[in-house]
Design a protein around this ligand. Sequence first.
Ligand code: IPE
Ligand code: IPE
Ligand code: MG
Length: 258
Amino acid sequence: MCASPPSPDMAESSSELLARIRVHGAVPRHIAIIMDGNGRWARERHMPRAFGHRSGMKAVREVVEGALEAGVEWLSLFAFSQENWQRPETEVSALMSLLEEYIAREAAELAQQGVRVYVHGDLSRLTPAAANAVRRVMEQTVTGNRLGLNLFISYGGRAELVRATRQLAADVAAGRLTADAITEDEISARLYTAGCPDPDLLIRTSGEQRLSNFLLWQVAYAELFISSLYWPDFDRHALYGAISDFQRRDRRFGRVST
Ligand code: IPE
Ligand code: IPE
Ligand code: MG
């Protein structure tokens, strides 16, 4: 039996793939990623889950650099969900320490690369040290204008919609807005992602095919790309493969093809 030939994307080197993506032109402005599979990656190596999370930091660096090289404007990374607080205390504290370590190690370089970091979610639940690190990276990268990097931490899509709804209700109660003036734009303007275009492409690693409460409103018309790679194995080549796949999609937005 013959093995199936590798897909053209996988057979190409990263630089060939990048050159082809650039020639094609339509690079997604905003890519969102559900970074999944750290635990399974570690288990396959008979290592603790925290080892998988630590190894996932390299993949974060890869996709940030890949996004910069490809000319993506916004990158949104789901790092820790509201539901993830229900994991064992040891895993939660390992993840919070890694967040601090990531910021300590990468903030200066991110600033130098022109990346502006935003951190979104219920940050009141973070430890004081993690909350300080988050504030520091946002301040340190405030002048970045090449790539907006949204890190979603302690985030849930439904909670974000509840928060926006409360703001709308408060605005109506205070007479700043009428109920009839509530539009899709007014809702978008009260989300964490106010001012960012909606994601064009949503990637989830580890083969799982669900949203897990990520950016429920914003991904209405995102193209979905499920990668079978576990997050620590995801790299810029895999990112370019996803962008190349995106460039072959026919985005109809409910209309008929041109
Ligand atoms: C993603 O990897 C990281 C977080 C959700 C914080 P997981 O920890 O979910 O890894 P799996 O899905 O158990 O393999
Ligand atoms: C989603 O992954 C959250 C993040 C990637 C941060 P999970 O591993 O928590 O999602 P489920 O539990 O498989 O849906
Ligand atoms: Mg998971």
